[in-house]
Design a protein around this ligand. Structure first.
Ligand SMILES: Cc1cc2nc3c(=O)[nH]c(=O)nc-3n(C[C@H](O)[C@H](O)[C@H](O)COP(=O)(O)O)c2cc1C
Length: 341
């Protein structure tokens, strides 16, 4: 069963966010499975150095899927085969990226405009990696006039795609408006293969609600996990206890000082992992989206974020975090701390 391999709570692919260190920490603190950010099939095939760095998975390779993007069926199939040879057992093709730079090459959500191309890609990749789990991540359509997710889902199923990660926004919506999970339910009801929900999974409560309302096989945490990798552990605790409501989220008013200290320690651990993997300077830059998202919930967050902006070293950043756990700043609810794109 696919679900036995990838579980029910997954770290979504996020460009610039889900590098090796954040994946490692998310898995350590409760994610059952995770994805690399989208990786150019061409860059991977040409052994581009920056691209290869994105494929690093170390000992976590069995719990890591690689996400590839491209528009040429043969190139995607070759890249998928190369990923399988490297040890990846789950290969995902990005069929939903809305970014102009990607769409204009015919990749990402552009593939949704062309059912034939979708079929050719799915068929070629399936053929190339028969022994791997092959998934796609997609949106509800290209724009409001071409909402074709059921048709796309059926083609995927007929080609032997093993599961679909579904973000129910059109490409035209980018990240605006609300993810319409009534569409996730429709897709789930229409297909026999597993369907995972992505989109506005910002809190444990939203994850539980979306899963219950859609019957989805699992949820993907994306923006909701940035700066808050413990969300996975909180989600599985709540799911196991059958709780409809969520336990305290980081930054919510009832987060205890002890919990807060533990969470800050996890972020400091993430900073250390980033510094090891990327070097001090790059690590210091790449931790910032996590800190911004985390800090949004704190009283005085504007000031705090300004100090994060001004900080010149990992040490200064760590000191800012430490002042939080010493209790100078108390917490507001940060359930909406998600507008990082
Ligand atoms: C910064 C950022 C980068 C993203 N990069 C990718 C990507 O590389 N591949 C992909 O399939 N989706 C990508 N996404 C989309 C997310 O995986 C997810 O589907 C989307 O954010 C909706 O979930 P959310 O509303 O819970 O954040 C990205 C999203 C964000 C915010």
């Amino acid at each position: 069963m696919i679900k036995d391999k990838i579980g029910g709570q997954i770290l979504a692919p996020m460009a610039g966010i889900t590098g090796f260190p954040f994946r490692k920490i998310s898995l350590k603190y409760g994610a059952e499975f995770c994805f690399t950010e989208m990786i150019s099939a061409d860059g991977f095939l040409h052994n581009d150095k920056a691209t290869l760095e994105l494929t690093e998975a170390g000992k976590d390779i069995d719990a890591t899927g690689i996400q590839l993007f491209g528009s040429v069926p043969d190139a995607l199939a070759l890249a998928a085969k190369k990923a399988a040879d490297k040890g990846f057992k789950v290969i995902d093709i990005n069929m939903g990226c809305p970014v102009k730079k990607v769409v204009k090459t015919g990749a990402g959500s552009a593939i949704l405009k062309d059912g034939k191309k979708f079929f050719l890609i799915a068929e070629a990749v399936r053929h190339a990696v028969k022994d791997c789990i092959f998934t796609i991540k997609t949106r509800s359509g290209f724009d409001e006039n071409s909402v074709n997710f059921i048709e796309i889902g059926k083609i995927a199923e007929s080609c032997g795609v093993d599961a679909i990660f579904f973000h129910p926004r059109t490409r035209a919506m980018m990240f605006g408006g609300a993810a319409d999970h009534s569409l996730t339910k429709r897709l789930k009801d229409a297909l026999a293969i597993p369907v995972y929900a992505s989109g506005d999974v910002f809190t444990v409560e939203s994850a539980l609600k979306i899963k219950k309302n859609t019957g989805a096989d699992g949820v993907m945490f994306a923006r909701g996990a940035i700066g808050k990798p413990w969300i996975f552990a909180e989600h599985s605790r709540a799911a196991l206890s059958g709780a409809e409501g969520a336990p305290a989220a980081a930054g919510s008013a009832d987060t205890t000082a002890l919990e807060l200290k533990r969470k800050i320690d996890i972020i400091i651990e993430l900073m250390e992992e980033m510094s090891l993997f990327y070097g001090k300077e790059r690590g210091c830059g790449l931790i910032r989206p996590h800190l911004y998202n985390l800090l949004k919930g704190f009283r005085g967050s504007k000031e705090l974020r300004r100090s994060v902006n001004d900080a010149k070293s990992g040490k200064e950043l760590a000191n800012i975090l430490k002042t939080l756990s010493e209790g100078d700043f108390f917490l507001d609810n940060n359930d909406n701390a998600v507008d990082i794109i």
